[in-house]
Design a protein around this ligand. Sequence first.
Ligand code: FBP
Length: 714
Amino acid sequence: MDDKKGFTKNNTMDDFLRQEDIQRATSDASWALQERLSFTPPLCDVFKAPYCRLEDVDRYAFHLHPEAKKELPDIINNVVHRVAKNENPSETDKERHRKQRNVGIVFSGGPAPGGHNVIAGLYDALASANENNRIFGFLMGPDGILEKNYIEITGEIVNAYRNLGGFGMIKTGRTKIDSGTKMKKARKTCLDLKLEALVIVGGDDSNTNAAFLAQELYNDGIQVIGVPKTIDGDIQVRDLNGNSICAVSFGFHTAARAFAHNINNLCSDCSSDVKYWHICKVMGRVASHLALEVGLQVHPNITLIGEELADYIDEERIENARKEGSMDYTAYGMTLRQVSRLICDGIVRRAAVGKNYGVIVIPEGLLEFINEIQVFIIKLNTIIADYNATHDTDFNTHFPTLKDKLEYLRQMARMSRENNTFFIWNTRDDDLFNVLPPFFQEGLLTERDAHGNFQFSQMETDRVVMGLVEDYLKRLMDRGVYKNGIKVESYRHTMEEGGLNPDFYGNALFKNYNSNDGFLLVKESIVSIKTLKQTLVKAEVISAKDDIPEPVETIYKQSVPKFKTQYHFYGYDGRGNDPTWFDCTYTYNLGMTVFSLIVNGATGQMAAINNLEKDFQDWEPIGIPIGSLMHLEERKSKLTLVMERALVDINSPAFKVFASKRDTWLAATPGDDCYRRPGPIRYSGESEDARPITLILNDMGNSFIKKSYDKLSQ
Ligand code: FBP
């Protein structure tokens, strides 16, 4: 080997690999990681004081569910607490503050960016109050509590995870502590570890768990505090009068920003190679908050919002029924077919102006809002839950293949017909179910999670919708409706290059030749080479024995669209993303809030920050009574007391702004698209959006409405 080009005996590969620069360049500790680890998020003003106290806030009104009163008697009368500075602490206050404590913490449910900072905030607060305080992290979610599987979280561990995404420090899991036996096990662990408090960082179901544990451990004096986590953004607390108390759960901002950045990259791509429609399924289980935020951040051509589809009313059908003196119950809520038509309409309109490409955002929970599918989901939830409750094996283990499952359903339908009694699955259900494509049937029959939730993330919602879209587009193509618009200049150029007079053929070929639309649309009657020739002959621009002139055929071929799609799923990536400045700061202060709630004796409260929609200096740490947020919901075929999830409010200012811009962002007009570049998550610096756009718009809208009322009442 030429020693100038390769390694020799005197200059070995080993020597090269030992170089410090090589180690530096390939070190796990990237520059970005080191920067993140050394960042200390700012503290809410109240935490700058050495001591704090809790003030009761009585301006919020809640409806207390009678079942919650019954099941959570010791925490149901909790009120909202505001964390305030304790400027004149008594000796007792000081003692309470520095008392040695053991605190347990657990992550529950899907990861959400910022979780590590909740631990960091709590750890720092505990450490500064008393160096002997101990914090135990339960491993793998609630299972860690049940199995007493934990680590002691040290400063070194915390320092290795500050401002980092994921839940890697102690992992997470979805087990629900929902039986007497599990409650006993959880209690034993807390007593064994002499916990003063247990902190549950989780979504609606996990905070529900927190409330029940708070009740269970009440007489042991063990406090339980929840923390609102979920990228889905569906933990939003308002009181009965619509006052916002907790605008959004942590993790939402980061996930939305991560999705928005990636989806914007697809906007750049598709408007460059102009040949693909990118179909982006976006996480969020049921609620479409993430899809809405992405819509506002990126302006994709089509963004569906599940909550809006459910609210749709087909006025025409209602009117027709009214004329016939009847009522059409099916006129409420959009069907899957109607949704697909809506998408097709956008695709066809864009193609007409030469844009046979684009980006569609579909929330993963869309099917929850489609009546006909919702019925299947509810019925199958019940069938699976009933089966699991009465058999030793679970439904999916017992019926491993789709064929087995369908056979079981068929049997139920048969029994309902033969016995002529009520069965949840009848022949009509079976018939309707059997026309669905197998992958869709399979999705609807997947195992529910531990909380009885349908696992929307496992469902190919996007393919279900787009399957119908593709079918209908074919029909529209056959009817000559779906066509690529041809730029006037391009038409003229092709014809002239081929030695033909464009004006001679123009009226025969296009339905809008003399308009000033900028794009020419081939007549709907022309759907093949044969119909092209027939049309040209009829218009007497060629005779029956002539061939179609080549440039004309070229133009026709250009007008025939190819519908090409690329599918993407945005979910797990956003859950693991490193947090934005908003989420870093929000969660660190949540950790501090948890400490304040513990020190001041609260239990059954969810730590939160009020005024997240405003500037950081207005943020106000608070505790929200979880019991007041409970309602009854169908889970595993039983009505169960759970914390209520917030869906997208289609009357909210943010949604109204989105709806008003929708047609502009479809950009079915000649000219550029309106894509917005939110940029990557930068985590620091001025250029990052300070908070979710949804929050900003809702705040602006509410202030605007308030000002208008004030003016009116002057
Ligand atoms: P949490 O509500 O636990 O935060 O989880 C939210 C979520 O990310 C949903 O958006 C998604 O539907 C689901 O978790 C996926 O769950 P899994 O991790 O079990 O696949």
